[in-house]
Design a protein around this ligand. Structure first.
Ligand code: ZN
Length: 335
């Protein structure tokens, strides 16, 4: 098993995890002042998306920036990082020249909140707007753990059916450690699910967690039927499709980098499995959670989403952001 050990070191000059009274005060002052566009705004993105930006003229962003691009001021940066990024192993902070950004900039409160942020509508982040890019690392606990290498398309293990685990194996220190490492790897990616074949082990073992929806709009959350799913482990699953009716949405996979495509999936499923204590568990899932389970259980059966994708919709994340993100699934399927 190959492992990447990431060393803890800091490029950053900002103090990432301290949220001082001074910062609070500055923010409050800024909110009460007549808004003057700051010279610089900041964008935090995953290391994976930063890597995908290479050789492009605009910054590759995640689907979370679908409706508009979330930006923050220097004063907001510490808070954003400690709230959303401190458990992520590696991420990138971009300092951007505001006048070089493309799109319509609005200073507004998020739905249900009172703190105002800068949102860039119908726009993109041109490479020439980047003044500085800092690679940063999450909290010491996130940094100190070992992160497993996620195997990529073409690795034979992705096409090998995974074997069941016995109760003794599940409770063994080796599998308990593997579960912790898979949790760290999934969070570092970041992803909402990871199956053991993806880290090179043909075992019927999956980790799932879908808690952070802060960057999705209320519309996106409701159309995807995305509900918060706390961290849990799925071992030796047996799945039953509950509702045959299928829903189509874009899907990606950590083992198929940079690509996404529309995949029809059953609306709801029932899964019988064991948890990390080898106890039987019964799951009834619908919406996005049902999609995650189907995608991950497919991995155990040597199936990838690209086997089920509506082929003409398979595209790079970059082209999705540039050309398709504003279209509905129906419109894209009509093309
Ligand atoms: Zn996958």
């Amino acid at each position: 098993m190959q492992k990447i050990f990431i060393l803890a070191f800091w490029f950053c000059s900002v103090s990432c995890f301290l949220y001082s009274d001074e910062t609070l005060l500055k923010r409050e002052m800024m909110e009460s002042e007549t808004v003057k566009k700051p010279e610089y705004l900041y964008k935090v993105l995953s290391y994976r998306h930063w890597q995908a930006t290479e050789h492009r003229k605009t910054v590759t962003l995640s689907a979370e920036d679908d409706a508009f691009i979330h930006l923050s001021t220097e004063e907001q940066l510490d808070r954003i990082i400690s709230k959303y990024w401190s458990t992520v192993l590696q991420f990138v902070v971009l300092k951007l020249a505001t006048d070089k950004l493309e799109g319509e900039l609005k200073y507004e409160a998020n739905l249900g909140g009172s703190t105002k942020y800068y949102h860039l509508y119908q726009g993109f982040i041109p490479f020439r707007s980047i003044v500085e890019a800092k690679i940063m690392f999450g909290s010491p606990s996130a940094v100190c753990q070992e992160v497993l290498e996620v195997v990529q398309l073409g690795d034979p293990v992705l096409r090998e059916p995974a074997r069941e685990l016995s109760k003794e194996e599940i409770l063994s220190p080796e599998i308990q450690r593997l579960i912790e490492e898979m949790k760290g790897t999934m969070r570092a990616a970041p992803g909402v699910g990871l199956a053991a074949p993806q880290i090179g082990r043909a075992l019927q073992l999956i980790v799932i967690e879908d808690m952070d929806h802060t960057h999705l709009t209320t519309e996106q959350i409701s159309e995807r039927e995305r509900e918060k799913v706390p961290f849990h482990v799925v071992i030796n699953p047996r799945m039953e499709i509950e509702e045959q009716e299928k829903v189509a949405f874009f899907e990606g996979c950590l083992s198929v980098p940079e690509l996404i495509g529309i995949v029809p999936r059953a609306k709801s499923v029932k899964v019988q499995c064991l948890n990390e204590r080898a106890e039987p568990v019964f799951i009834e899932a619908k919406g996005w959670y049902a999609r995650i389970l189907q995608h991950e259980i497919d991995h155990l059966n040597a199936t990838l989403y690209i086997d089920r994708v509506i082929l003409p919709t398979l595209m790079t994340e970059g082209n999705y952001m540039k050309q398709w993100k504003k279209k509905t699934i129906k419109e894209i399927l009509k093309h």
